[in-house]
Design a protein around this ligand. Structure first.
Ligand code: ADP
Ligand code: MG
Length: 374
């Protein structure tokens, strides 16, 4: 059935014009679709590629309607949009991803409850409504634990690691301002993630398991294939999640592996994800290509193949300061620069993917290049 299958020339409306929106747009345009994009920042990365660009806040109802009227399908590049507004929009416009994933996953508490009810293994946690609940966290989880705001966090923003009594005051301040969750801070062996695309006829395309290193809670590098044997277990966890939550398009499940080799689901990003950027060069389909295929109602590839193992390094502002003079000497780096106007030390300005027959060697070479960087 070709239900809601869009033909080239159709317009894809993207809520959010950051790097994810831009790379989605580039995949869409390659396939012959037009792109309309809504973002409050007139200088956002997607501005330079979108056919139509609407400068407006994400909750601007009139602007969202305008985007809908100009689009044959609406998608989004990030989860912090209003689930309520998305729900209203779904009554009027074609939004195959719908609002349920956003509603459940933009709140860390309902996300954890959803993961529990799906039967996946997650890290022990306590809900923190106010400061008093911190005692409960100390008792149930014991130190160290990590406090995270329920809403709006990304790249470690809105998180405090509570190592001992001396950090409790800081955590109290956060909890007094925002509802939070506390979760046991694990001694990690490694982090991995699995990117998956679901088609509008429930077809499933799994990308290979990705091994991620974070520094200061921001993704530093991704290595493919992951150097551990957790791929099948991770897929099974993803399958449980798919049973519970409606997905169409690309999403990523982040996992922790502790020192006892236990796999825990950390969180779900209901959109293309930083740890899947390597797919542009290293796989036969990128996570953006499959996202566009899914939301426009096309079939999905049955298997995604790794064309070559790869190391993906993020390029924050501080990394550009360190490395940009070297780009010209390294055509093998496959550099992507997103086009953000202001460079900040911790801001994701771009990334690069290095294809390799020996990920360990390439990882060591890259670590030398990034030497001295926190
Ligand atoms: P974000 O939404 O900012 O990505 P995460 O919950 O994924 O939030 O946290 C960011 C990073 O912080 C993780 O990828 C991991 O490196 C570290 N981290 C978060 N929670 C824990 C935990 N419970 N135990 C160990 N490390 C953690
Ligand atoms: Mg994360």
């Amino acid at each position: 059935m070709n239900f809601n299958r869009l033909k080239f020339g159709a317009t894809i409306g993207i809520i959010g014009g950051g790097q994810l929106g831009k790379m989605m747009a580039q995949s869409a345009q390659k396939m012959g679709f037009n792109v309309a994009c809504l973002d409050p920042n007139p200088d956002s990365p997607c501005k330079s590629v979108a056919d139509v660009f609407i400068t407006a806040e994400y909750d601007d109802e009139e602007a969202l309607n305008k985007l809908g009227q100009q689009s044959d399908v609406i998608t989004y590049e990030f989860e912090n949009i209003s689930a309520q507004q998305l729900k209203q929009l779904t009554q009027q416009f074609n939004i195959p991803q719908s609002y349920q994933a956003i509603e459940l996953l933009q709140d860390r508490l309902t996300e954890k409850q959803t993961l529990e009810s799906a039967g996946t293994k997650i890290v022990p946690y306590v809900s923190l409504k106010d400061e008093k609940d911190l005692n409960q966290a100390i008792e149930t989880l014991s130190y160290p634990f990590i406090v995270k705001t329920r809403f709006g966090g990304y790249d470690g923003k809105g998180q405090i690691l509570v190592k001992n009594d001396s950090n409790v005051e800081e955590a109290k301040v956060l909890v007094s301002k925002h509802e939070c969750v506390a979760e046991k801070f694990l001694d990690l062996d490694r982090e991995v993630s699995l990117t998956v695309t679901i088609g509008n006829q429930k077809q499933i395309a799994y990308f290979p398991l990705q091994e991620n290193e974070h520094r200061n809670q921001i993704l530093f590098k991704t290595i493919i294939p992951a150097r551990c044997d957790k791929e099948q277990e991770a897929r099974k966890e993803v399958d449980k999640i798919i049973e519970k939550v409606h997905f169409v398009g690309t999403f990523t499940v982040e996992f922790f592996i502790d020192k006892s080799n236990h796999l825990y689901v950390n969180e779900i990003a209901p959109r293309p994800h930083n740890s899947g950027h390597y797919t542009i060069e290293a796989c036969d389909y990128s996570q953006f290509d499959t996202h566009i295929l899914a939301v426009t109602g096309q079939d999905l590839p049955q298997e995604i193949e790794i064309l070559k193992p790869a190391v993906m390094m993020n390029l924050l502002g501080r990394d550009l300061d360190l490395l940009e003079d070297k780009f010209g000497d390294h055509p093998e780096w496959h550099v992507h620069i997103y086009g953000k106007t202001e460079r900040k030390s911790d801001r994701k300005m771009g990334h690069m993917t290095i294809l390799t027959n020996n990920v360990n060697e390439t990882e060591n070479e890259m670590l030398k290049q990034f030497k001295g960087r926190e």
